[in-house]
Design a protein around this ligand. Sequence first.
Ligand code: AMP
Length: 190
Amino acid sequence: MKNIVLFGPPGAGKGTQADKLVAKYGFNHISTGEVIRQQIKAETELGLSVKAYIERGELAPDSLVINIIADYVMNHTEGAGNIFDGFPRTTHQAEEFDKIMTANGQKVDAMIALTVPDEELIKRLLLRGQDSGRKDDADESVIRNRIDVYKAQTAIVADFYSAQGKYVEVDGVGSIDEIFDRLCAEIDKL
Ligand code: AMP
């Protein structure tokens, strides 16, 4: 069983590549952003409590996403493996994630980061905003804020996995299939 953290800034292609990895390897997949968006749509208490953060391009509170992940991990301890997309996004989340994994007899095998230059990210997100219906993709200032938040709070999580010898970077520029092949080459080494 492989547990893989798919890492990278907003617009790096994590969701697109996660879908292809699920189809190829039979992994389960969780995107914390997707779970939060569903909760907002369903107007649940959780959804309503985080709506403002998401719309500003800020991170949701750690405790909330950690609970989402704890629940997911508890229910996904068998099978080909799991792709964690958009989590962990802070060092605190990464520390708590390790505890959750250990408590469930699991471990993170690798963090694979997709690297993409900022201007390319902004271009991709504005394009996605035209038809994704995501408010946080439609406004360039929110997009820039998400990239700034990534740099200020999230990028450092790479150090956490680097220190464990689990961090690998993949060039996230190219065709979807080229990037997918690069990812598969790393996953097949695990
Ligand atoms: P994403 O779909 O991964 O781009 O996430 C969309 C938004 O959901 C982010 O801008 C955050 O507001 C929130 N979010 C998703 N995952 C996390 C996380 N691990 N920690 C905090 N906030 C998150």
